[in-house]
Write a protein that binds this ligand. Structure first.
Ligand code: NAD
Ligand code: UD1
Length: 349
């Protein structure tokens, strides 16, 4: 069988670096394109150290069509996994243009270059954020979309664009039609079990898990628990946390699915990648204390604007069509986060 070459945009980042490990271990040739706007190339050195395999790295912006065209001509990828994007909700509200330019225009340039090189297999990093506010707490793929901030809307817009591209090829009975998987992530946490790669947020983390980890290591004094008056058993918010390794394995399953009946005439399909169950903020704090033996200092603070009480995935479609489900436990997620944090208190610095 010929070696498949996968081009990974945003491959130096948190999820991308873990994807590179799994792709190299599965025998794919890996090409990374990343502008290092939110990552360090050290993550890729560690990926190579961890796997004993090499990858090619291009420091380039996906919006730079000339650079991207050269990379496609040199490397001749067969498939793209598109992680590159900005992801901070608060920043997206303050700088919407930046988010639409990077996430939406960036994807337009990428897909244009892909089309010109007849590379039409794409796995896209979408988010549970694309779902609208609903009475339901368990989200399935057919729910109406209705993101409530520019970051979420940038993901929803890209989903629309990609659906239109696939639709056009199907209508035109194109010989090599687009095959696109829109993977809607719930809350990725954890790290590779080696502790060599993990999440290395810039400045003070926005998300729960890296915040708790930095309180545990003593970098931050105290966690603010955003609200304890939600209609949940302990009053704190509930989310569907998913181990980053389970998450990236879902991407390889999506690439495998491109060769199946489901995608044989071209298709663009959305899949939830979540566990199908939630944990509250206090359950995460307790799990962290149990695994690390360290006390997590916290105080109850007001609710954070834009937060919902509870939501988690219905992951049945991914099980049925991609043969994927989570395998890691809460203990794994916490232990691997702590292993990474304690071995790398300053991240990749
Ligand atoms: P990350 O910031 O660690 O990784 C993104 C990478 O893309 C970074 O290395 C960054 O330097 C690079 N990048 C950004 N803009 C680029 C551009 N224009 N050209 C080239 N490279 C660029 O983030 P992550 O957590 O690994 O997220 C990966 C993807 O998954 C993002 O698209 C994000 O929106 C999506 N996602 C993440 C989460 C999460 O909780 N981490 C949840 C849902 C969806
Ligand atoms: C957030 C984003 C979401 C994005 C996801 C992954 C918002 C409103 N949503 O999701 O769009 O896809 O990150 O990047 O920003 N919490 C605390 N204290 C903290 C941090 C968080 O109590 O310091 C609570 C939150 O209120 C929530 C839970 O922990 O109940 C998880 O929060 P977080 O990790 O930020 O993820 P989401 O809010 O689900």
């Amino acid at each position: 069988m010929p070696t498949h070459t996968v081009l990974v945009t945003g491959g130096a980042g948190y999820i991308g670096s873990h994807a590179c490990v799994e792709l190299l271990n599965a025998g794919f040739k890996v090409i990374v394109v990343d502008n290092l706007s939110n990552s360090k190339s050290e993550s890729l050195s560690r990926v190579q150290q961890l796997t004993g395999k090499t990858l090619s790295f291009y420091e380039a912006d996906i919006r730079d069509k000339t650079a991207l065209t050269q990379i496609f001509a040199n490397e001749k990828p067969t498939t793209v996994i598109h992680f590159a994007g900005l992801k901070a909700v608060g920043e997206s509200c303050a700088q919407p243009h930046l988010y639409y330019h990077n996430n939406v225009f960036g994807t337009l340039v990428l897909t244009e270059v892909m089309q010109e090189h007849n590379v039409k297999q794409l796995v896209f990093s979408s988010s549970a954020t694309v779902y609208g506010v609903t009475e339901l707490t368990q989200y399935h793929e057919e729910l109406p979309l209705g993101a409530i901030n520019p970051y979420g809307r940038s993901k929803a817009m890209v989903e629309d664009i990609l659906r239109d591209l696939a639709e056009a090829d199907i209508k035109n009975k194109c010989e090599y039609p687009w095959k696109i998987a829109l993977l809607r992530y719930f809350n990725p946490i954890g790290a590779h079990e080696s502790g060599l790669i993990g999440e290395d947020p810039n400045g003070i983390p926005n998300n729960l898990m890296p915040y708790v980890a930095q309180v545990a290591i003593g970098k931050l004094p105290q966690l603010s628990v955003f609200g304890d008056d939600y209609p949940t058993p302990d009053g704190t918010g509930i989310r569907d946390y998913i181990h980053v390794i389970d998450l990236v394995r879902g991407h390889i399953k999506a690439i495998d699915a491109f060769n199946t009946e489901k995608f044989s005439d071209g298709n663009c399909k959305a899949y939830n990648l979540g566990a199908g169950r939630g944990y509250s903020v206090l359950e995460i704090v307790n799990a962290f204390e149990n695994v690390t033996g360290k006390k997590i200092n916290y105080k109850i603070s007001p609710r954070r604007e834009g937060d919902l009480a509870e939501y988690f995935a219905n992951p049945e479609l991914a099980l049925k069509e991609l043969n994927w489900k989570v395998e890691k436990t809460l203990h794994d997620m916490v232990a691997d986060t702590w292993n990474w944090q304690s071995k790398n208190p300053q991240g990749y610095k």
